[in-house]
Design a protein around this ligand. Structure first.
Ligand SMILES: NC(=O)CC[C@H](N)C(=O)O
Length: 226
């Protein structure tokens, strides 16, 4: 069976096309473009991606309104069944607002929008999203956000660290995130939220290809043919 993925578009998403192209090029198969207002998702998905952008203009809190979109009920359901769900940037914000990931993304500590390549440390290779990286590997991936300051209480942070659920950490401070956390996994390990944009680093023309392995990891973990 060929790989089947869905990329959700919210009003204000602007990285949905890049995400779909990255999945198509790296994983092959079919990428369904799904509107946030749809009540359901296509059958038999192998992968769901929530892209970056400014859903609902980031009003209220980034991702807060998108998290209440009709399609999110189906996303929560599929996540509960173990389907891999990736949220990048605004997608990460939506996942925290939907309760699929712990913590919150607050305004950057410097109040500024940060848009540049950053170095990340891969904190675990024991996840379906990071299996093709090495633990401790330094990779370069771009960020572009004003609300990327990851916050969770100390007990939650300790738990995330203890359970190997910090997937990526900034190699240097970027936005004030607690413990420089750039990406976290849910308890079951099938939901990843991250502020950096792996879909913007998949070929040399973009300045590097360190993001490819994330999509290759997802594909490899499913054992489906492209
Ligand atoms: N690139 C993005 O997804 C931006 C995310 C979000 N709207 C922010 O600026 O924090």
């Amino acid at each position: 069976m060929a790989f089947s993925a869905a990329v959700i578009t919210f009003p204000g998403s602007n990285c949905d096309r890049d995400m779909a192209v990255a999945i198509e090029e790296i994983c092959g198969g079919t990428v369904h473009r799904v509107w946030h207002g749809d009540a359901g998702l296509p059958e038999g998905l192998d992968f769901i991606a929530l892209p970056g952008g400014f859903s609902y203009g980031d009003y209220l809190r980034s991702g807060a309104m998108a998290a209440r979109s009709p399609v999110m009920q189906a996303v929560v359901e599929q996540a509960g069944r173990g389907v891999p769900v990736l949220g990048v940037c605004n997608g990460f914000q939506v996942l925290t607002e939907a309760g699929l990931l712990p913590g919150a993304l607050m305004r950057n500590a410097g109040i500024r929008f940060v848009c540049r390549d950053v170095k990340l440390t891969v904190e675990t290779s024991q996840s379906l999203f990071t299996a093709r990286y090495f633990k401790g590997q330094t990779i370069t991936i771009p960020v572009a956000h004003h609300d990327g300051n990851y916050f969770a209480d100390e007990a939650t942070l300790d738990r995330l660290e203890g359970e190997g659920r910090v997937a990526f950490r900034y190699a240097e401070p970027v936005n004030g995130s607690q413990r420089d956390i750039a990406g976290v996994l849910n308890e079951a390990g099938n939901v990843l939220g991250m502020m950096p944009h792996p879909e913007r680093m998949i070929e040399e023309a973009q300045g590097g290809s360190d993001g490819r392995r994330l999509f290759e990891s997802v594909l490899g973990s499913l054992g489906v043919s492209a």
